[in-house]
Design a protein around this ligand. Structure first.
Ligand code: G6P
Length: 462
């Protein structure tokens, strides 16, 4: 199925940057796509990934200046590799064991086989001396698999999610293979310096690697957003009109709080709902003047823990609305749908407070988008200290979402900020994001990949 075209730059990610909608390919939204697609286009590069279909007859095709190389997954592989090993083993292992990771040898075998298929596609797409950039936890064996066949290639790997502490990583029956897989890369990037330190420690303890050698290869590159895209949406009259409609349709509350997340247990949606309920119970939030709009984007619906979470969130929303809504006026508006960038920005503009209460989160780009859209407009951001973004957005109201009293106090504080203070904090956060947007993130990583000698010096955390 592989084309014969060879490229100087190849991205390898679980998903291709397109979705098939009504029989035609359309660009899929998302941070990785807006960050990496321009670089792929500039270098007439290739992108290797899964096309989100079980059709295994797809040939490589050109899309918007990129050469897309589809990797097929059978129905069983989708279950065992994607839903199983990626999202019921690795995802919880990398997110503080919020649910228990499951270890199944058949899932591991599927992960290895699928990784080998991605690696083969990358090898065939890469010209001599090419740069290959591998993304995320789905493909941790790919760097070493490419290296084994093609020592001429420069290989980068970036992990978009947190890295587990060595004591948790040690549970994984295939920890040695995974760490050796990563070490096929010349540069290994993580979101925060704390994640990079954990990765180095795991490599040192599990594989006995030399810490000095690791320091130059494993670093932090906090991912960011497409600031221009979010600013343009926030300035668009159509989006501003949409924001006014949203607020009106929500009953024009005195205070509009929002949550915007994939429906994932790592996001702490229940913790946020419990605190909201108690604040109304205590009389610190007024049910008649406050509304919480929670967007929960459907995610990984074949995985049991996600089905259970959906049941619990929907039960909790129902209970709170049953207790506090009046006819024609819900205290919580819950929507289980995906949304466009324009709709998200309209919601940011309509809101007074964004609640980001992740129990563990690699970065959280919603927080960065909110601050960017709201520059000059005030509003408040409640931000979990367990989201990578908290390291940069120190003007947020930073909180431990496990501490119910603290989370309630943070949400209450967010509703009490003076206009001046709210604007000052929001503008400071927006400026921080603008100073390191997603293009600079990609440039910083690729710079270090091409020139490893400068890696330690140029890593943005240093
Ligand atoms: C996280 C991961 C991404 C993933 C996204 C959506 O942000 O780091 O790699 O694409 O979640 O999850 P999904 O399973 O739908 O790809």
């Amino acid at each position: 199925m592989m084309g014969t075209d060879r490229h100087a730059f190849v991205v390898v990610a679980n998903r291709l940057p397109v979705d098939r909608i009504d029989g035609a390919w359309e660009a899929s939204p998302g941070g990785l796509v807006s960050a990496v697609a321009p670089v792929v286009r500039e270098q007439a590069g290739a992108w290797v990934g899964w096309a989100n279909t079980h059709d295994d007859s797809l040939e490589p095709f050109d899309f918007d200046g990129m050469s897309l190389v589809p990797v097929s997954l059978s129905h069983d592989e989708h279950q065992q590799y994607y839903e199983g090993f990626c999202n019921a083993t690795l995802w919880p292992l990398h997110h503080d064991l919020i649910v228990a990771p499951q270890y199944h040898r058949s899932w591991w075998r599927a992960y290895r086989e699928v990784n080998a298929r991605f690696a083969q596609a990358a090898v065939e797409a890469a010209e001599t001396g090419a740069t290959v950039w591998v993304h995320d936890y789905h493909l941790q064996l790919v760097p070493a698999m490419i290296r084994a066949q093609r020592p001429d290639i420069r290989i980068g790997y970036f992990c978009h999610i947190p890295f587990p502490p060595v004591e948790q990583m040690a549970q994984l029956p295939w920890r040695d293979e995974i760490l050796r897989g990563l070490l096929g890369a010349d540069v290994i990037g993580l979101q925060r310096e704390a994640d990079a330190a954990k990765a180095r420690q795991a490599m040192q303890k599990v594989l006995g690697m030399d810490p000095e050698e690791l320091r130059g290869r494993v670093g932090s590159y906090p991912i960011s957003i497409d600031v221009d895209e979010i600013r343009a949406a926030a300035e668009s009259p159509a989006v501003q009109e949409m924001a006014r409609c949203f607020r009106r349709d929500l009953g024009d509350p005195a205070t509009l709080m929002i949550g915007v997340d994939r429906l994932d247990y790592s996001k702490g949606i229940l913790h946020r709902l419990w605190s909201f309920e108690e604040l109304i119970d205590d009389g610190r939030l007024d049910a008649r003047g406050t509304c919480l709009a929670q967007i929960a984007v459907p995610s990984r619906e074949g995985v049991r823990a996600y089905q259970d979470l959906r049941d619990e969130v929907e039960h909790t929303v129902g209970r709170i609305n049953g207790r506090f809504s009046t006819l024609g006026r819900d205290v919580i508006h819950y929507s289980h749908h995906s949304y466009s960038t324009e709709e998200a920005v309209a919601l940011y503009l309509a809101a007074d407070v964004l609640l980001v209460t992740s129990l563990r989160d690699g970065m959280n780009l919603v927080a960065k988008e909110f601050a960017t859209a709201r520059r000059g407009r005030g509003g408040a951001l409640v931000l979990s200290e367990f989201a990578g973004a908290a390291e940069e957005l120190d003007q947020a109201i930073v909180v431990n979402p496990h501490d119910r009293a603290a989370l309630k106090a943070a949400i209450h504080h967010a509703t009490m900020l003076s206009e001046d203070e709210a604007r000052r904090r929001m503008d400071a956060m927006a400026d921080t994001v603008a100073a390191f947007d997603v293009r600079r993130w990609a440039q910083a990583f690729l710079h270090d990949l091409r020139d490893p000698a400068s890696a330690a010096a140029l890593s943005p955390s240093d």
